[in-house]
Design a binder for this molecule. Structure first.
Ligand SMILES: Nc1nc2c(ncn2[C@@H]2O[C@H](COP(=O)(O)OP(=O)(O)O)[C@@H](O)[C@H]2O)c(=O)[nH]1
Ligand SMILES: [Mg+2]
Length: 389
């Protein structure tokens, strides 16, 4: 594999910055710029402390580093991890040092795809390691770790000859997909019903400005909550009413757009007021866009919301009443009544995997190859890591 350099840490200020140099000649290139605190060569499976300097004995210092030389059989190619100081400046300087020495800069995604065939990593495991940095709940992260260890790969190989076993895997796809790609819900309702207050209460922080002045929320705000382990993106919208100005109109249009795009709509009704035509219009708009649930707000105040609609959830942003109940209803309405798949429970977690498994279930040739990559298509040359105790 050609020599590449990849920044592994996020591009923000932080304690350490890790850069991987991988491919043919990686050890030699790092050794040519590394000056160890103690003499010695860069041996595989070792960690060394020292400094990086520009080319030549008197080259300028670039950073103080720890260098970890990986075993060749770990990734299937020569690879050296260089941990320097965090922050853009040090990380850029280290990257440039190795680019000047002949390495090509590549993104983490590109690196994984380059290394995968050498390391024996099939496409499902590549999907897992690419999705892991974006996992939005601990359950999602652990599930993806399991998939990277080979949980789904092993199960698909074992099920390949048995369509009913493949269909059993496919039945878990909605939960796997929702765990890895958060579902989106939007809070809708008249101005002042308490959308932003409930949004803040669900998030556990004051993200949105709330006030008794109608029309306070003009743009869409979003945040992530975790319900029964599933990460769910929640969108607070501008109240839907006849707009008073251009900005409010734009906010309302965005609310309606979000309402159509979301996986679920939650229409909020103020329990301290009788239902009115605006409320009914919003309920109609929401239900015509897709699955919708109704929830009453401000239930710490006297109840005046007598109406013919069924309102299964009663909440108060002030007392916290009904928040757990709302999260439960949201999960059930999203089809996520069962807990998310665990690390050792094989479940497809993206559409590509679903399409490949459908081919496999149909008995058409090449399904396993579509899922895992053609070089793994027979299932026999799969090298599981299987390091979970
Ligand atoms: N007593 C009580 N007041 C609330 C509750 N939720 C919101 N409010 C008040 O209702 C007003 C409108 O709330 P806000 O969240 O801005 O409504 P939005 O326009 O729908 O986003 C504010 O004065 C809030 O303090 C609640 O659960 N209980
Ligand atoms: Mg608001």
């Amino acid at each position: 594999m050609e020599l590449v350099v990849t920044v592994l840490t996020a591009p923000f200020s932080g304690g350490i910055g890790v850069v991987l140099v991988a491919g043919r000649g990686a050890r030699g290139v790092v050794a040519s710029r590394f000056h160890g605190a103690k003499p010695g060569d860069l041996e595989p499976d070792s960690v060394r402390y020292g400094w990086l300097r520009e080319e030549g004995q008197a080259g300028a210092i670039v950073d103080e580093v720890l260098v970890r030389v990986r075993r060749d059989d770990d990734l299937g190619v020569e690879a050296v991890e260089v941990s320097g100081h965090g922050g853009r400046a040090s990380v850029r300087a280290i990257t440039k040092l190795f680019v000047d020495a002949g390495a090509r800069e590549s993104s983490p995604t590109e690196l994984v795809r380059c290394v995968a065939p050498y390391a024996g990593i099939d496409h499902v495991r590549v999907d897992a390691i690419e999705a892991l940095p974006r996992a939005a709940s601990l359950e999602a992260a652990i599930f993806l770790l399991g998939a990277f260890e080979g949980t789904l790969t092993r199960a698909a190989c074992a099920a390949a000859a048995d369509p009913s076993a493949v269909r059993a895997l496919l039945a878990r796809a909605p939960r796997g997909i929702a765990l890895v790609s958060p579902r989106e819900i939007v809070l809708l309702g008249r101005p002042n019903v308490g959308k932003s207050s409930l949004f803040n209460a669900l998030l556990g922080r004051d993200r949105a400005i709330t006030s008794a002045v109608p029309g306070t929320t003009r743009d869409l705000l979003d945040g992530m909550i975790v319900a029964s382990g599933y990460p769910i993106r929640i969108v607070d919208s501008a109240g839907v009413e006849v707009p008073r100005d251009r900005i409010q109109r734009a906010g309302i249009e965005r609310s309606l757009f979000a309402s159509r795009e979301a996986h679920l709509r939650v229409v909020l009704l103020d329990s301290s007021k009788p239902i009115d035509d605006d409320d009914r219009r919003i309920v109609d708009l929401a239900t015509s866009a897709g699955t919708t649930i109704l929830a009453a707000t401000q239930c710490d105040r006297p109840w005046r919301l007598e109406c013919d609609l069924e309102i299964p959830v009663r909440t108060s942003a002030v007392t916290g009443e009904g928040l757990d109940d709302l999260r439960d209803h949201v999960c059930r309405a999203l089809g996520l009544a069962e807990p998310p798949p665990r690390a050792d429970e094989p479940a497809p977690f993206n559409e590509r995997q679903v399409r490949a498994l459908e081919v496999l279930a149909s008995g058409a040739p090449g399904g396993l190859g579509l899922l895992l990559g053609s070089e793994f298509g027979t299932g026999s040359d799969f090298r599981p890591r299987g390091v979970f105790p």
